[in-house]
Design a binder for this molecule. Sequence first.
Ligand SMILES: Nc1ncnc2c1ncn2[C@@H]1O[C@H](COP(=O)(O)OP(=O)(O)OP(=O)(O)O)[C@@H](O)[C@H]1O
Length: 577
Amino acid sequence: MEQLFSLLQDELNHFVQVISQVLKVDVQIIDSQYKRVAGTGYWQDKIDESIRDHAYITKRVFETGKNAIIHNPKENLICNNCNKKDNCMETMEISIPIKFGERIIGTIECVCTNKEQKEYIVNNENTYIVFIEQMAKLLESRVIEEIEKRKKLKVLDLLDNVLNKINEGVVIIDSDCNIVNFNNYAKNILKIDTNLNRNINIESTGNMVLKLQEYKIKYNGNTFTVVGERYDVNYGNQEINEVIVFTSRETLKEQFLELSGSKHDIGLDKIIGNSKVVKELKRKISTVASSESTILITGESGTGKELVARALHNESNRADKPFVAVNCAAIPDSLLESELFGYSKGAFTGANPKGKIGKIELADEGTLFLDEIGDMPLYMQAKVLRVLEDKSIVKLGDLEEKLLNIRIVAATNKNLEEMIKENTFREDLYYRLNVIPINIRPLRERKEDIKILFSHFLKKYGNIFNKEVRAIDKDIWTYLYAYDWSGNIRELENTAEYSVNMLKNDEIISIEHLPSKILASRKPNIEIKITLDDVERQLIEEYLNTYGSSLEGKKKAAEKLGISIATLYRKIKKYNI
Ligand SMILES: Nc1ncnc2c1ncn2[C@@H]1O[C@H](COP(=O)(O)OP(=O)(O)OP(=O)(O)O)[C@@H](O)[C@H]1O
């Protein structure tokens, strides 16, 4: 509270000057620590001095909370003990308390040092005292105001901090669409530099993503697609017109996948497909999931290698332990070793002084997934081989060996055998990794999976973008079967995402929603390697999915298929459904 006086210093000086001019005497303000915080004339250059050892009149005001009007200081009992009494020049003193609620936080003191001054005051004493009391009240309300202001500033500061910590962008704009304020997230996403440009343009695309509006934000020559909410906050104030709270579309998608558990709970049921190849793949995963042996997953990009690796982990008896994925192609060679092995305190210049736990150690008791192992530099291959052989690691800068219990699953889209011939992949590591090989066939070799996968992805993106995918026009399949799918399932998934984006309300998914490259690829009389059995099995599965596999469900499915329940049972057995 006392510090507040020092924050109001300029105003205090102004106060004492005004009182001094009216009363024609010197005026000072004393705080509750008996420190002079403002003064005129004789006291002007004695601010901040303590008056404690001769503050007899001031003390009385603090004790009683009442005005002290002393007409003859030297003779007054209050001054009896004052050691300055003999040299005291004062002819009259008025001390008025400055209150803050019930508390006394200071005094306003006016001192006459000659007869004329005293006479001037005494002639109008009551009026002057009321005047000083009013000034004390004014000071009290200024203190309250200042405290309120400070509280608000603290809350604003706190809000600012909170806004900068959240994972959403916040931009405040004025009525001319100029940025007034923004948080760190918005700054990073939109690359805001208000020194360069403050103008921003926000337009709704009309799309909804997970129940939020999608917007195109144009700023500084760039366009960003975000999702969020706009709030009108113009309460007759041109300077603050609107707040937009947003997140990037990609982040939202990630969050959705995290929340829906699709990243963590990837089990066999997340591997979609009816083809023999997929069925065989799933069977193999459940057979080998709990084995301790190393697995090498091969397959073209986008065939689902990571999905299979996660399923292997989640189906294994290590499922509740960590699954740590390292993408060997995404980490620069110079960082890969410390990323994998970690380092001890002060291992090298520039290293984190606390040391770092490597990904291999993090995977202890769980699964280490070495993705894109074909991109691992040769010297690192040798080190990883040692981990496989010794089941232990030595951190960089450390001498101690740490025993580990990890299961290694590696994956690559490269032909490692070719690489061995070219001396770019170690033969010994290859055999160590390839104990259980799992090869995932490209989508073009199992086109019968396209229908179920595409339908699955349409549903997924329908949920994400809050669009109802009511039906699919059957003509679409001819195009999807004819396409080559060099990007495999990832490309099919992206196509489904594109189609859902293109879908307007009340439409059904049809060829007009497909990307042009797929429409262009259609060859006449395409040869689809689907047998009658495949179609029959798929139909039965679809009906069982719809009606359920209870007896009632099966009866309904048989009725819809136009076959007897006995025939249905026979076919279920035949197709191993
Ligand atoms: N059988 C499947 N069922 C459902 N989704 C699948 C299937 N196979 C792949 N996907 C999906 O396709 C996308 C690509 O899969 P994933 O990342 O596992 O492929 P990858 O072979 O590891 O690719 P890359 O070699 O490029 O790393 C992912 O979104 C994955 O969920």
